[in-house]
Design a binder for this molecule. Structure first.
Ligand SMILES: Cc1cc2nc3c(=O)[nH]c(=O)nc-3n(C[C@H](O)[C@H](O)[C@H](O)COP(=O)(O)O)c2cc1C
Length: 212
């Protein structure tokens, strides 16, 4: 294996200069998401790392999928009793990060998480393929299980029963209301562009540039 200290990329594809910056960061977010969507090196442009902090102040990150982009934030779906669900219950401050290596772009987002309505969770749950619904029903996410066979058998048992799958009460969406975006664009010689949008009390966005 190569020595990791020898890995070095000179980022040179794009820039993020003041004259390219829009007033509302959601517009820039949409532009970057569209670039990620159009890039055939990116399979899941909506995948992001979700950082939470639990009751014991321990941080944990994992990847989840953004399923909806709203006017003030984003929605993802999960099991409310999972580790992330429990952490969010104790502390609803979350950090999201998107990294698209082929675009040399990163976005770091801070926001506040809350459960979406049961109706909205139902709408999404029942729009999913039956096997995904069964998957959600058979998994007590983040709980220890004896072996792989246990979960496969549980899945098959539910599948065979042919009943209509009901959304488990502990499965649903979280809305992240975004109050800060950092747009990071890799540049040459490590002089990267970092532009931060912070929401102020009157809901306008303050823009600043950070040193790379
Ligand atoms: C590309 C990718 C997409 C994922 N999407 C989701 C998702 O949308 N919701 C989810 O609950 N877990 C998703 N996962 C699994 C999570 O990373 C994680 O393993 C799971 O949610 C349990 O996390 P927790 O124990 O920290 O709560 C995804 C994993 C990957 C790699």
């Amino acid at each position: 294996m190569k020595d990791f200290s020898d890995y070095r990329i000179n980022y040179s594809k794009y820039s993020l200069l003041e004259d390219e910056i829009v007033k509302n960061p959601f517009d820039l977010f949409k532009i970057w998401l569209k670039m990620a969507e159009d890039d055939n090196q990116i399979d899941e442009p909506n995948a992001f790392t979700l950082g939470t902090v639990n009751q014991k102040n321990e941080p944990r990150n994992r990847v989840v999928l953004m399923k909806k982009l709203k006017q003030n934030g984003i929605v993802f779906f999960t099991n409310y009793d999972s580790k992330k669900g429990k952490s969010i219950e104790a502390n609803n401050n979350v950090c999201l990060s998107f990294f698209w290596p082929s675009l040399e772009k990163q976005i770091i987002i801070n926001g506040i998480c809350s459960k979406i309505s049961k109706e909205d969770s139902d709408d999404y749950f029942y729009s999913r393929p039956r096997n995904s619904q069964i998957g959600a029903l058979s998994s007590d996410q983040s709980k220890e299980i004896p072996n792989r066979q246990y979960i496969e058998e549980k899945f098959e048992r539910i599948k065979k029963s042919k009943v209509k799958i009901k959304r488990p009460m502990n499965w649903g969406g979280f809305f992240v209301e975004i109050n800060e975006f950092e747009f990071w664009q890799g540049r040459s010689s490590r002089l990267h562009d970092r532009i931060v949008f912070s929401k102020s009390k009157n809901n306008s966005w303050q823009i600043k540039r950070l040193s790379p």
